[in-house]
Design a protein around this ligand. Structure first.
Ligand code: TYC
Length: 128
């Protein structure tokens, strides 16, 4: 750092430390110029989570379901195959758990893909 930059840097730190530690309402300790983290006044709530499920039917091709699981739910080919076979054998299966709007978007993407390809595949979400 150049000499004038070093001077500026330290004089600025000193100024900030004085303001911070003085009697002027600053809340810090004056030890550094980092931003003060204050506790939010309102309680923040964790978002409710939703399970996205796909349902079995007799007509949607297995390969289509696997591709949808890979594309919409970012599953590996192996995981997608496992979920698809679970749904095929048990009637319903979980694709993932997400906050409301993410779950809603995924359901819409699956239903749109199914409709476009004229498959009866159904996808739903339920509050966890
Ligand atoms: N049961 C379908 C078939 O035999 C395959 C299938 C699997 C369909 C999972 C939907 O969610 C599903 N072609």
């Amino acid at each position: 750092m150049r000499a004038d930059r070093i001077f500026f840097h330290f004089s600025n730190r000193l100024r900030l430390a004085k303001e911070d530690g003085g009697d002027n309402g600053g809340s810090g300790t004056g030890r550094n110029d980092a931003a003060t983290i204050t506790k939010p006044k309102t309680k923040s709530k964790r978002p409710s989570l939703y399970r996205v499920l796909i349902l079995n039917d007799d007509y949607t091709p297995m390969e289509f379901v696997v591709l949808v699981l890979q594309d919409v739910f970012n599953k590996s080919r192996e995981d997608a195959m496992r979920v698809m076979l679970h749904v095929h054998n048990h009637g319903v299966g979980e694709c993932g758990i997400y906050p409301f709007e993410v779950a809603e978007t995924k359901v819409t993407r699956v239903m749109d893909a199914a409709r476009k390809n004229q498959h009866p595949l159904q996808c739903v979400m339920e509050k966890q």
